[in-house]
Design a protein around this ligand. Structure first.
Ligand code: ZN
Ligand code: MN
Length: 469
């Protein structure tokens, strides 16, 4: 029997630790890396009776910023809820999370032209960690209370490879574009649960398998591939009713194994956190939040290309933040975009830009315009911008210092006459039709004038003189 028409459906749930300075509801240090167990804790993150949580506003802003970037609806009113369960790394017996009013709803992330729908993004606190050692279990609560952003997709992903692409793209966004997390999978800053099911075209469906806490993108893809094959092979022996199974992944054996079967959904007895007032997001300046997001490399490249900049230069500018900033400054008053881009990328300037150069772009622009008009030779241009770069000169000061150009036509004419006289053989050949020798004469004149001759005038006077000879 052909199995061609079986469809794979995957959903992801990603927890991202936010790299805020302090924890979600107290002022404890949120960075426990390299610190002794149970040293970055206080009565609030330990959940002692009678303590009061206070919301970390930065974590809220970062969650909303992520939501804006992922095209979500930012809900006007949002609140925290208590999610009750017992576990040794959660001494207060509940996690502060969000139930029916998360900060962000809906949204999507586009992967290779497929807009993968999101269900929600909410904010919660992380639990502590259990360490199993020498037959004992130890509890480290340094991580308790770390802000966790949970991003939930719709079951809208079509293949294990697409799931891996989604995760890689999301990592780039939270790490480099919204810049809210280090997002290292190995260090547990980003943790992923995936669920997968297979269906046929008659509404018949396999069980839903949930794969928990897999710590690399490669392993998520491998574990999903294993399940995709396993569930397809069970066809048509799928359960009558929708059933759920949680499975783990053993990366050494590249196998999945049963952890537990869920008959009914766990009842967490959610109720609104009475110690935290609901959050009114209409009081926030969402526009300035959105403007703080770095654009993705792809978007930067396509914008540069729309300005007429060739692909090579667009990519080089997209990859180098300082060069791009210089380009942006220069292009405000110089509309010859491809020319400026090339000058920056191919190092016409002759030095490496630093941050302070973005303040000198008016002077650089004047030099560029004179060079572009042929009024400055390349070596003079280089001398001038070097003075602007190193000595903070204005363009005019730098022009004076370098002596500018030999503008005097008489002076130039005498250099040119000398050059022609001292190269009789080349003159002979030129007269006999080897016109490309013009370049040779220009080179000699530039050399004689130590680069100070104006290339446009040299070209004109040389041609006249050579024809007269
Ligand atoms: Zn604390
Ligand atoms: Mn969660």
């Amino acid at each position: 029997m052909s199995k061609e028409y079986l469809k794979t459906t995957i959903g992801l749930e990603i927890h991202v630790q936010l790299a805020t300075k302090s924890k979600m509801f107290c002022r404890c240090d949120n960075n426990a890396e390299g610190k002794e167990p149970n040293t970055t804790i206080c009565p609030i993150c330990l959940g002692m009776p009678g303590t009061l949580p206070v919301t970390n506003k930065q974590a809220v802003l970062w969650t909303i910023k992520t939501g804006i970037t992922l095209n979500c609806t930012i809900n006007k009113i949002s609140k925290f809820d208590r999610k009750h369960y017992f576990y040794p790394d959660l001494p207060k017996g509940y996690q502060i999370s969000q139930y029916d009013e998360p900060f962000c709803s809906g949204g999507y992330l586009e992967i290779n032209g497929h807009k993968i729908k999101l269900n929600r993004i909410h904010l919660e606190e992380d639990a502590g960690k259990l360490i199993h050692k020498d037959g004992k279990s130890l509890v480290d609560l340094n991580r308790a209370g770390t802000p966790l952003m949970e991003i939930v997709t719709e079951p809208d992903i079509d293949s294990p490879a697409e799931a891996a692409d989604f995760l890689r793209r999301l990592q780039k966004i939270v790490r480099d574009e919204v810049s809210v997390s280090e997002a290292s999978m190995e260090k547990g800053h980003m943790r992923c649960d995936a669920n997968i099911s297979i269906s046929d075209d008659k509404g018949h469906m396999s069980e839903i398998v949930e794969l928990k806490n897999i710590n690399s993108f490669k392993f998520v893809e491998k574990a999903l591939l294993i399940e995709e094959v396993r569930l397809r092979e069970k066809y048509p022996d799928w359960p009558e009713k929708v059933s759920k199974e949680t499975r783990g992944y053993d990366s050494k054996k590249n196998e999945t194994y049963t952890q537990r079967r869920k008959e009914v959904a766990a009842d967490y007895r959610y109720f609104p956190e009475p110690d935290l007032p609901p959050f009114d997001t209409s009081e926030l300046d969402l526009e300035s939040l959105a403007s703080g997001v770095n654009e993705s490399e792809e978007i930067i490249i396509s914008k540069l290309q729309e300005m007429g900049i060739p692909s090579f230069e667009s990519q080089a500018l997209a990859k180098d933040q300082i060069k791009r900033q210089i380009f942006e400054e220069l292009s405000k008053s110089n509309k010859n975009y491809p020319f400026i881009a090339k000058a920056i990328v191919h190092n016409l300037f002759g030095f490496k830009f630093c941050q302070s150069d973005s303040l000198k772009t008016d002077s650089y622009n004047q030099a560029l315009i004179e060079f572009d008009n042929g009024k400055l030779s390349k070596p003079i241009f280089a001398d001038i911008v070097k003075l602007i770069h190193e000595k903070e000169y204005s363009f005019e000061q730098a022009m004076k210092e370098t002596g500018g150009q030999i503008g005097n036509e008489d002076e130039l004419a005498s250099i040119i006459e000398n050059v022609i006289k001292s190269n009789p053989k080349e003159l002979e050949n030129y007269k006999n039709g080897k016109k490309q020798l013009l370049g040779f004469f220009i080179g000699q004149v530039m050399k004689e004038s130590k680069g100070k001759a104006n290339p446009v005038s040299v070209n004109k006077i040389l041609k006249d003189k050579l024809e007269q000879e």
